[in-house]
Design a protein around this ligand. Structure first.
Ligand code: PHE
Length: 341
Protein backbone atom coordinates (compact mmCIF):
# COMPACT_ATOMS: atom_id res chain seq x y z
CA UNK A 1 0.00 0.00 0.00
CA UNK A 2 2.88 2.25 0.79
CA UNK A 3 4.27 1.50 -2.68
CA UNK A 4 0.96 2.36 -4.30
CA UNK A 5 0.90 5.67 -2.52
CA UNK A 6 4.46 6.38 -3.53
CA UNK A 7 3.61 5.63 -7.15
CA UNK A 8 0.54 7.82 -6.95
CA UNK A 9 2.68 10.62 -5.44
CA UNK A 10 5.23 10.47 -8.25
CA UNK A 11 2.67 10.17 -11.04
CA UNK A 12 0.38 12.88 -9.74
CA UNK A 13 3.08 15.42 -8.87
CA UNK A 14 4.58 15.04 -12.30
CA UNK A 15 1.24 15.23 -14.14
CA UNK A 16 0.22 18.29 -12.17
CA UNK A 17 3.52 20.02 -12.90
CA UNK A 18 2.98 19.43 -16.59
CA UNK A 19 -0.68 20.46 -16.77
CA UNK A 20 -1.01 23.29 -19.27
CA UNK A 21 -4.47 24.52 -18.49
CA UNK A 22 -6.86 25.10 -15.61
CA UNK A 23 -9.28 22.59 -17.11
CA UNK A 24 -6.65 19.87 -17.20
CA UNK A 25 -5.65 20.68 -13.63
CA UNK A 26 -9.24 20.25 -12.51
CA UNK A 27 -9.44 16.90 -14.32
CA UNK A 28 -6.30 15.77 -12.50
CA UNK A 29 -7.69 16.83 -9.14
CA UNK A 30 -10.82 14.76 -9.73
CA UNK A 31 -8.76 11.84 -10.98
CA UNK A 32 -6.42 11.73 -7.96
CA UNK A 33 -8.37 13.22 -5.08
CA UNK A 34 -12.03 12.96 -6.15
CA UNK A 35 -14.60 10.74 -4.44
CA UNK A 36 -13.97 8.05 -7.01
CA UNK A 37 -10.34 9.06 -7.40
CA UNK A 38 -7.18 7.01 -7.13
CA UNK A 39 -6.35 7.98 -3.53
CA UNK A 40 -9.82 6.97 -2.40
CA UNK A 41 -9.31 3.73 -4.26
CA UNK A 42 -6.17 3.01 -2.26
CA UNK A 43 -7.77 3.99 1.04
CA UNK A 44 -10.55 1.51 0.43
CA UNK A 45 -8.03 -1.23 0.99
CA UNK A 46 -7.32 0.01 4.53
CA UNK A 47 -9.73 -2.61 5.84
CA UNK A 48 -7.18 -5.28 5.09
CA UNK A 49 -4.58 -3.66 7.34
CA UNK A 50 -3.80 -4.46 10.94
CA UNK A 51 -4.84 -2.08 13.74
CA UNK A 52 -1.26 -0.87 14.14
CA UNK A 53 -0.71 -0.24 10.46
CA UNK A 54 -3.96 1.62 9.88
CA UNK A 55 -3.14 4.94 11.63
CA UNK A 56 0.30 4.99 10.05
CA UNK A 57 -1.15 4.49 6.57
CA UNK A 58 -3.92 6.98 7.36
CA UNK A 59 -1.37 9.61 8.22
CA UNK A 60 0.62 8.88 5.06
CA UNK A 61 -2.55 9.14 3.00
CA UNK A 62 -3.42 12.50 4.58
CA UNK A 63 0.06 13.77 3.92
CA UNK A 64 -0.17 12.60 0.31
CA UNK A 65 -3.53 14.31 -0.12
CA UNK A 66 -2.09 17.54 1.29
CA UNK A 67 0.95 17.33 -0.96
CA UNK A 68 -1.07 16.73 -4.11
CA UNK A 69 -3.44 19.56 -3.16
CA UNK A 70 -0.43 21.80 -2.57
CA UNK A 71 1.05 20.89 -5.94
CA UNK A 72 -2.26 21.58 -7.68
CA UNK A 73 -2.58 24.93 -5.91
CA UNK A 74 0.96 25.97 -6.86
CA UNK A 75 0.36 24.94 -10.45
CA UNK A 76 -2.93 26.81 -10.49
CA UNK A 77 -1.18 29.96 -9.35
CA UNK A 78 1.57 29.55 -11.90
CA UNK A 79 -0.96 29.03 -14.70
CA UNK A 80 -2.90 32.06 -13.50
CA UNK A 81 0.17 34.23 -13.62
CA UNK A 82 1.09 32.98 -17.08
CA UNK A 83 -2.43 33.69 -18.27
CA UNK A 84 -2.33 37.21 -16.90
CA UNK A 85 1.06 37.81 -18.39
CA UNK A 86 -0.09 36.68 -21.80
CA UNK A 87 -3.18 38.87 -21.54
CA UNK A 88 -1.12 41.87 -20.52
CA UNK A 89 1.20 41.32 -23.41
CA UNK A 90 -1.63 40.99 -25.90
CA UNK A 91 -3.38 44.08 -24.65
CA UNK A 92 -0.27 46.13 -24.21
CA UNK A 93 -0.59 49.79 -25.09
CA UNK A 94 2.20 51.16 -27.18
CA UNK A 95 2.45 54.72 -25.96
CA UNK A 96 5.05 55.55 -28.58
CA UNK A 97 2.61 54.89 -31.43
CA UNK A 98 1.54 58.10 -33.24
CA UNK A 99 -2.02 59.07 -32.31
CA UNK A 100 -4.86 59.46 -34.79
CA UNK A 101 -5.22 63.12 -35.69
CA UNK A 102 -8.25 64.74 -34.03
CA UNK A 103 -10.55 66.10 -36.71
CA UNK A 104 -12.28 69.20 -35.47
CA UNK A 105 -15.53 70.12 -37.13
CA UNK A 106 -16.59 73.64 -37.92
CA UNK A 107 -19.72 75.66 -38.24
CA UNK A 108 -22.06 74.96 -41.13
CA UNK A 109 -21.62 77.61 -43.87
CA UNK A 110 -25.24 78.71 -43.59
CA UNK A 111 -24.85 79.31 -39.86
CA UNK A 112 -21.77 81.42 -40.58
CA UNK A 113 -23.97 83.69 -42.64
CA UNK A 114 -26.63 83.70 -39.93
CA UNK A 115 -24.07 84.68 -37.30
CA UNK A 116 -22.90 87.51 -39.51
CA UNK A 117 -26.45 88.85 -39.77
CA UNK A 118 -27.10 88.44 -36.06
CA UNK A 119 -23.92 90.45 -35.38
CA UNK A 120 -25.16 93.31 -37.54
CA UNK A 121 -28.55 93.47 -35.81
CA UNK A 122 -27.19 92.98 -32.30
CA UNK A 123 -25.00 96.00 -33.07
CA UNK A 124 -28.20 97.98 -33.75
CA UNK A 125 -29.77 96.97 -30.42
CA UNK A 126 -31.89 94.05 -31.66
CA UNK A 127 -32.79 91.09 -29.48
CA UNK A 128 -32.49 87.60 -31.01
CA UNK A 129 -35.64 85.49 -30.57
CA UNK A 130 -36.19 81.78 -30.97
CA UNK A 131 -39.74 80.69 -31.67
CA UNK A 132 -41.89 77.58 -32.13
CA UNK A 133 -41.81 75.69 -35.43
CA UNK A 134 -45.14 74.09 -34.54
CA UNK A 135 -47.49 77.02 -34.60
CA UNK A 136 -51.17 77.93 -34.35
CA UNK A 137 -52.88 79.05 -37.57
CA UNK A 138 -54.00 81.97 -35.52
CA UNK A 139 -50.42 83.20 -35.27
CA UNK A 140 -49.19 81.98 -38.63
CA UNK A 141 -52.17 83.51 -40.50
CA UNK A 142 -55.07 85.21 -38.68
CA UNK A 143 -53.16 87.64 -36.53
CA UNK A 144 -51.04 88.39 -39.60
CA UNK A 145 -54.14 89.60 -41.40
CA UNK A 146 -54.26 86.50 -43.65
CA UNK A 147 -57.86 85.36 -43.45
CA UNK A 148 -59.53 82.13 -44.49
CA UNK A 149 -59.28 82.81 -48.20
CA UNK A 150 -55.52 83.30 -48.29
CA UNK A 151 -53.88 80.87 -50.75
CA UNK A 152 -51.04 80.02 -48.33
CA UNK A 153 -53.63 78.43 -46.04
CA UNK A 154 -54.41 75.77 -48.64
CA UNK A 155 -53.85 72.14 -47.60
CA UNK A 156 -51.61 71.69 -50.61
CA UNK A 157 -49.29 74.47 -49.42
CA UNK A 158 -49.07 73.86 -45.71
CA UNK A 159 -48.31 71.02 -43.27
CA UNK A 160 -51.25 70.80 -40.87
CA UNK A 161 -51.36 68.60 -37.78
CA UNK A 162 -55.10 68.67 -37.27
CA UNK A 163 -58.16 68.22 -39.50
CA UNK A 164 -59.46 71.62 -38.42
CA UNK A 165 -56.25 73.30 -39.72
CA UNK A 166 -55.62 74.80 -36.30
CA UNK A 167 -52.04 73.59 -35.75
CA UNK A 168 -49.32 73.55 -38.40
CA UNK A 169 -45.64 73.73 -39.15
CA UNK A 170 -45.11 77.47 -39.55
CA UNK A 171 -44.87 78.55 -43.18
CA UNK A 172 -42.94 81.72 -42.31
CA UNK A 173 -41.15 83.30 -39.36
CA UNK A 174 -43.65 86.19 -39.39
CA UNK A 175 -45.71 84.73 -36.49
CA UNK A 176 -42.70 85.74 -34.40
CA UNK A 177 -43.75 89.34 -35.05
CA UNK A 178 -46.96 88.60 -33.15
CA UNK A 179 -45.19 86.73 -30.34
CA UNK A 180 -42.76 89.63 -29.96
CA UNK A 181 -45.48 92.30 -29.92
CA UNK A 182 -47.57 90.31 -27.45
CA UNK A 183 -44.74 89.70 -25.00
CA UNK A 184 -42.31 92.60 -25.35
CA UNK A 185 -42.66 96.13 -24.10
CA UNK A 186 -42.27 98.99 -26.57
CA UNK A 187 -40.11 99.92 -28.37
CA UNK A 188 -39.52 96.48 -29.92
CA UNK A 189 -36.43 95.47 -31.87
CA UNK A 190 -36.22 91.74 -32.56
CA UNK A 191 -34.55 89.39 -35.01
CA UNK A 192 -36.07 85.89 -35.20
CA UNK A 193 -34.27 83.32 -37.34
CA UNK A 194 -35.57 79.77 -37.73
CA UNK A 195 -36.91 76.92 -39.84
CA UNK A 196 -40.09 77.22 -41.85
CA UNK A 197 -42.02 74.60 -43.84
CA UNK A 198 -43.96 74.53 -47.06
CA UNK A 199 -45.24 71.73 -49.28
CA UNK A 200 -42.63 72.32 -51.98
CA UNK A 201 -41.02 69.64 -54.09
CA UNK A 202 -37.27 69.41 -53.63
CA UNK A 203 -35.22 70.85 -56.48
CA UNK A 204 -32.14 73.03 -56.93
CA UNK A 205 -33.90 76.07 -55.46
CA UNK A 206 -36.75 74.58 -53.36
CA UNK A 207 -37.02 72.52 -50.18
CA UNK A 208 -40.04 71.73 -47.97
CA UNK A 209 -37.92 73.02 -45.06
CA UNK A 210 -35.84 76.16 -45.21
CA UNK A 211 -34.76 79.03 -43.00
CA UNK A 212 -35.98 82.58 -42.70
CA UNK A 213 -34.86 85.53 -40.65
CA UNK A 214 -37.59 87.83 -39.43
CA UNK A 215 -36.87 91.39 -38.36
CA UNK A 216 -39.26 93.72 -36.55
CA UNK A 217 -38.96 97.27 -35.26
CA UNK A 218 -41.88 99.05 -33.58
CA UNK A 219 -41.65 102.48 -31.99
CA UNK A 220 -43.19 105.93 -32.20
CA UNK A 221 -42.70 107.64 -35.56
CA UNK A 222 -41.11 104.74 -37.44
CA UNK A 223 -41.37 105.27 -41.21
CA UNK A 224 -40.58 103.59 -44.50
CA UNK A 225 -37.44 105.75 -44.56
CA UNK A 226 -36.18 103.90 -41.46
CA UNK A 227 -36.84 100.59 -43.18
CA UNK A 228 -34.95 101.61 -46.31
CA UNK A 229 -32.02 103.07 -44.40
CA UNK A 230 -31.69 100.03 -42.14
CA UNK A 231 -31.93 97.51 -44.96
CA UNK A 232 -29.49 99.46 -47.14
CA UNK A 233 -27.02 99.42 -44.28
CA UNK A 234 -27.47 95.67 -43.78
CA UNK A 235 -27.06 94.99 -47.49
CA UNK A 236 -23.83 97.01 -47.58
CA UNK A 237 -22.49 95.07 -44.60
CA UNK A 238 -23.28 91.75 -46.26
CA UNK A 239 -22.56 92.49 -49.92
CA UNK A 240 -20.06 95.32 -49.62
CA UNK A 241 -20.15 99.12 -49.80
CA UNK A 242 -21.86 100.66 -52.79
CA UNK A 243 -24.15 97.69 -53.46
CA UNK A 244 -27.10 99.08 -55.40
CA UNK A 245 -30.56 98.24 -54.02
CA UNK A 246 -34.05 98.51 -55.42
CA UNK A 247 -37.27 98.56 -53.37
CA UNK A 248 -40.01 97.11 -55.55
CA UNK A 249 -43.72 97.38 -54.59
CA UNK A 250 -45.26 94.07 -53.53
CA UNK A 251 -48.10 92.68 -51.45
CA UNK A 252 -48.08 90.98 -48.07
CA UNK A 253 -51.29 90.85 -46.01
CA UNK A 254 -49.53 91.94 -42.81
CA UNK A 255 -47.59 94.93 -44.12
CA UNK A 256 -48.87 98.09 -45.78
CA UNK A 257 -47.21 99.32 -47.85
CA UNK A 258 -45.21 96.20 -48.78
CA UNK A 259 -42.13 95.81 -50.91
CA UNK A 260 -39.47 93.44 -52.02
CA UNK A 261 -35.82 94.36 -51.86
CA UNK A 262 -33.55 93.49 -54.77
CA UNK A 263 -29.82 94.02 -55.03
CA UNK A 264 -28.09 94.71 -58.29
CA UNK A 265 -26.27 91.56 -59.38
CA UNK A 266 -22.74 91.77 -57.98
CA UNK A 267 -21.53 89.37 -60.66
CA UNK A 268 -22.52 91.30 -63.79
CA UNK A 269 -23.28 94.75 -62.39
CA UNK A 270 -26.86 94.62 -63.61
CA UNK A 271 -26.26 93.57 -67.22
CA UNK A 272 -27.75 90.12 -66.77
CA UNK A 273 -25.88 86.84 -66.24
CA UNK A 274 -26.54 83.26 -65.06
CA UNK A 275 -26.22 84.29 -61.37
CA UNK A 276 -29.14 86.73 -61.65
CA UNK A 277 -30.87 84.58 -64.31
CA UNK A 278 -30.43 87.38 -66.81
CA UNK A 279 -32.42 89.82 -64.66
CA UNK A 280 -29.58 92.04 -63.49
CA UNK A 281 -31.23 92.02 -60.04
CA UNK A 282 -31.36 89.47 -57.23
CA UNK A 283 -34.36 89.35 -54.88
CA UNK A 284 -33.22 89.41 -51.24
CA UNK A 285 -36.25 89.84 -48.98
CA UNK A 286 -39.82 90.88 -48.43
CA UNK A 287 -40.64 93.80 -46.14
CA UNK A 288 -43.05 96.58 -45.34
CA UNK A 289 -44.67 98.73 -42.70
CA UNK A 290 -46.52 96.64 -40.12
CA UNK A 291 -50.23 96.75 -40.99
CA UNK A 292 -52.27 98.87 -38.53
CA UNK A 293 -54.67 95.93 -38.08
CA UNK A 294 -51.77 93.70 -37.02
CA UNK A 295 -50.53 96.29 -34.51
CA UNK A 296 -54.02 96.78 -33.10
CA UNK A 297 -54.53 93.00 -32.86
CA UNK A 298 -51.52 92.88 -30.56
CA UNK A 299 -52.82 95.70 -28.40
CA UNK A 300 -50.55 98.36 -29.89
CA UNK A 301 -52.23 101.64 -30.84
CA UNK A 302 -51.50 102.24 -34.56
CA UNK A 303 -52.29 105.93 -34.08
CA UNK A 304 -49.28 106.24 -31.76
CA UNK A 305 -46.91 103.52 -32.87
CA UNK A 306 -45.71 102.27 -36.23
CA UNK A 307 -43.15 99.70 -37.30
CA UNK A 308 -41.45 97.88 -40.08
CA UNK A 309 -40.81 94.20 -40.62
CA UNK A 310 -38.87 92.10 -43.07
CA UNK A 311 -38.34 88.42 -43.79
CA UNK A 312 -35.45 87.01 -45.74
CA UNK A 313 -34.45 83.54 -46.86
CA UNK A 314 -31.26 82.36 -45.25
CA UNK A 315 -30.37 79.62 -47.73
CA UNK A 316 -30.50 82.00 -50.65
CA UNK A 317 -28.24 84.40 -48.81
CA UNK A 318 -25.71 81.66 -48.05
CA UNK A 319 -25.89 80.44 -51.65
CA UNK A 320 -25.08 83.95 -52.85
CA UNK A 321 -22.26 84.44 -50.42
CA UNK A 322 -20.57 81.07 -51.02
CA UNK A 323 -21.52 80.71 -54.69
CA UNK A 324 -23.49 77.53 -53.97
CA UNK A 325 -25.52 76.55 -57.01
CA UNK A 326 -27.77 73.84 -55.55
CA UNK A 327 -29.87 74.32 -52.41
CA UNK A 328 -29.81 70.58 -51.69
CA UNK A 329 -26.09 70.71 -50.92
CA UNK A 330 -26.86 72.82 -47.84
CA UNK A 331 -28.90 70.03 -46.23
CA UNK A 332 -27.26 66.85 -47.48
CA UNK A 333 -24.40 66.98 -44.97
CA UNK A 334 -21.94 65.62 -47.47
CA UNK A 335 -18.56 66.13 -45.82
CA UNK A 336 -16.85 66.76 -49.15
CA UNK A 337 -19.11 69.78 -49.58
CA UNK A 338 -18.95 71.04 -46.00
CA UNK A 339 -15.17 70.77 -45.75
CA UNK A 340 -14.76 73.47 -48.34
CA UNK A 341 -15.88 76.21 -45.99
N1 PHE B 1 -43.22 86.28 -44.37
C1 PHE B 1 -43.03 86.77 -45.71
C2 PHE B 1 -42.70 85.58 -46.63
O1 PHE B 1 -42.50 84.50 -46.14
C3 PHE B 1 -41.89 87.77 -45.77
C4 PHE B 1 -42.18 89.05 -45.04
C5 PHE B 1 -41.83 89.19 -43.70
C6 PHE B 1 -42.77 90.13 -45.67
C7 PHE B 1 -42.05 90.37 -43.03
C8 PHE B 1 -43.01 91.30 -45.02
C9 PHE B 1 -42.65 91.43 -43.70
O2 PHE B 1 -42.67 85.71 -47.82
Amino acid sequence: MKDMMQKLREASIEAVARAESMELLEELRVRYLGKKGELTGILRQMGALSAEERPVMGQLANQLRADIEGAIERRRQRLGEALLERKLQQEALDVTMPAKAVRLGHKHPMYNVLDQIKEIFIGMGFEILDGPEVELSEYNFDKLNSDEGHPARDWTDTFYFTEDSRILLRTQTSPMQIHAMETRSLPIRVLAPGRVYRKDEVDATHSPMFHQIEGLFVDKGVTMADLKATLNLVVEKIYGKGTVTRFRPHHFPFTEPSCELDIQCHKCGGKGCPTCKGQGWIEVLGAGMVHPKVLAGCGIDPEVYSGWAFGMGLERLAMGEYKITDLRLIFENDERFLQQF
